[in-house]
Unconditional design. Structure first.
Length: 171
């Protein structure tokens, strides 16, 4: 049976922590579903809007046939920002639908640094594996980067950093 990794995030911006998750998932699986989450007017709208984030991530992996980049638009799904069981079910259904893969068609390995995500998703997908990554190994957060992009520019993924430089958001 094929092993498929799952990594998801808002990527406002993608940083070394995200890169670490993606590299690990690619090294441990045959394929990877990479979910770009959010909506156009989310917290990244003034820094990196949703459409731009999705475009950058798609371009980053366009030549890797192992990676399926999917867009999960919270507003399209009617999600309200709460992490209820019902919202996670809707979100998960969208992830697999956008990837064109059934959640029971392979062995799935999820990668996240959020214990609550493991708890919620584990109840929905009890046959999947969940890898809780120690976030203290790579000490960076999107919030810190957005608040001080110049100080944290080395922590920003190169493609995102280039976009931010080209648009004058990183000087």
């Amino acid at each position: 049976m094929q092993n498929i990794g799952i990594v998801f995030g808002c990527f406002i911006p993608m940083h070394k922590g995200h890169e670490s998750l993606i590299k690990r998932a690619l090294s441990e699986n045959d394929r990877l579903i990479l979910g770009v989450c959010g909506y156009q007017a989310d917290r990244g709208k003034d820094f990196l809007d949703f459409a731009t984030r999705f475009e950058i991530v798609t371009n980053m992996f366009k030549d890797d046939p192992r990676v399926i980049v999917v867009k999960i638009d919270d507003k399209k799904l009617g999600l309200d920002g709460t992490f209820t069981h019902e919202n996670w079910v809707l979100w998960g259904n969208e992830l697999f639908e956008q990837a064109g893969i059934s959640p029971d068609s392979a062995h799935f390995n999820w990668y996240t640094g959020e214990p609550s995500y493991v708890e919620k998703l584990g109840k929905i997908y009890p046959d999947h594996s969940f890898n809780l990554v120690d976030r203290t190994v790579i000490r960076v957060s999107g919030t810190e980067i957005r608040n001080n992009p110049m100080i944290h520019s080395d922590d920003i993924n190169e493609d995102f950093r280039n976009y931010l430089k080209d648009t004058g958001k990183l000087k």
